[in-house]
Design a protein around this ligand. Structure first.
Ligand code: RIB
Ligand code: CA
Length: 318
């Protein structure tokens, strides 16, 4: 008897690196050897506005022949407005290629309600992967604080565990976009598996390699080549021979946790005040504060395994 697949719910703000993570999840779902079934995409504003992140999610599903429900969520952070990341991803979040919009529309159910419904439907087995600001998850938690009891794993791309931020000196983008939401989520879940920005920087892959992977004769490789072209070119010019796809590393951790070679369990708190440190994620490395460990911080992932997942995701459908 074939083993039941693991239900995967992805909260995301596509976003060029989100798209690569989604391609990894779709490939797992569509592969014989895969172990997951993507049961929903919940969409949040972040990299760009919600109108674009929803359209991008729908388009990527269409390119990959995936009929997964897409639920629009929070248009703004919980309390304060925040700057987007259009400078990284393009004004539309997908490289401003002018792609033809997907035929399908988003489901009418709000993302936060979909998260709660799916947590009951797949109680005890649901794997929740958050690739954007945590606003939708925070809303779901405020509606029902028992949500974590029904979630088997919560994997988050976010944070900068030694304050090497990417959007401010102290903070990583997903957390800095909605620190209040991040505080609610990191306080509400007993254990979050965390792929932070510094882990992302330690797991870059060569531009030459992804350019070769993008030569695959598949619609998804061609689509990804087009939407990521400008992002990759800017990164190549500014950051050297390796490219960093933050959400893809988090998705590797989610899909194949066996590839995590070193995880550190520690207490983490989110700074929501402060002129310089709003959005910083403070890890109590020496456990001085007495708080319980609430994050498993990814320190090292199996790089060849990660890159094999990336190559396979882009070649799928060839
Ligand atoms: O800091 C990187 C994160 O911010 C990624 O999730 C990227 O997509 C942006 O949302
Ligand atoms: Ca993202």
């Amino acid at each position: 008897m074939t083993e039941a697949r693991i239900p995967l719910l992805i909260d995301t703000d596509p976003g060029v690196d989100d798209a690569l993570a989604l391609l990894m999840a779709f490939n797992d779902m569509q592969s014989e050897s895969g172990r997951h079934d993507v049961v929903g995409l919940t969409i949040v504003a972040g990299n760009v506005g919600l109108r674009h992140t929803v359209a991008n999610a729908l388009k990527l599903c269409e390119v990959c022949g995936v009929d997964v429900p897409v639920h629009a969520g929070a248009e703004t952070p919980l309390v304060f407005a925040a700057r987007d990341a259009a400078h990284v991803h393009g004004c539309d979040g997908f490289g401003d290629t002018g792609y033809t919009k997907a035929a399908r529309s988003a489901d009418s159910e709000h993302a936060a309600l979909a998260i709660l419904r799916l947590s009951h439907q797949y109680a005890g087995t649901l794997v929740l992967v958050a690739l954007g600001p945590l606003t939708n998850l925070a809303l779901a938690l405020k509606l029902d604080p028992t949500l974590p009891r029904r979630v088997a794993r919560c994997v988050v791309m976010g944070a900068s565990v030694t304050a090497h931020g990417n959007i401010t000196p102290a903070a990583e983008f997903n957390i800095a976009f909605d620190p209040e939401a991040a505080h609610i989520v990191f306080s509400g879940f007993p254990r979050i598996e965390l792929a932070d920005w510094e882990a992302v920087l330690a797991h870059g892959f060569l531009h030459a390699d992804i350019e070769r992977w993008l030569d695959a004769d598949s619609p998804r490789a061609r689509f990804y080549a087009s939407i990521s072209n400008d992002s990759r070119a800017r990164a190549k010019a500014s950051r050297g021979p390796r490219w960093h796809a933050a959400d893809a590393l988090a998705m590797a951790l989610a899909l194949q946790p066996g590839g995590a070679l070193d995880l550190m369990e520690r207490p983490l708190a989110v700074e929501t005040a402060g002129q310089h440190a709003r959005g910083a994620t403070i890890v109590d490395w020496n456990r001085q504060g007495g708080a319980a460990d609430n994050v498993a911080i990814l320190m090292r992932y199996d790089q060849p395994r990660f890159e094999a997942m990336l190559e396979a995701a882009l070649a799928a459908g060839a």
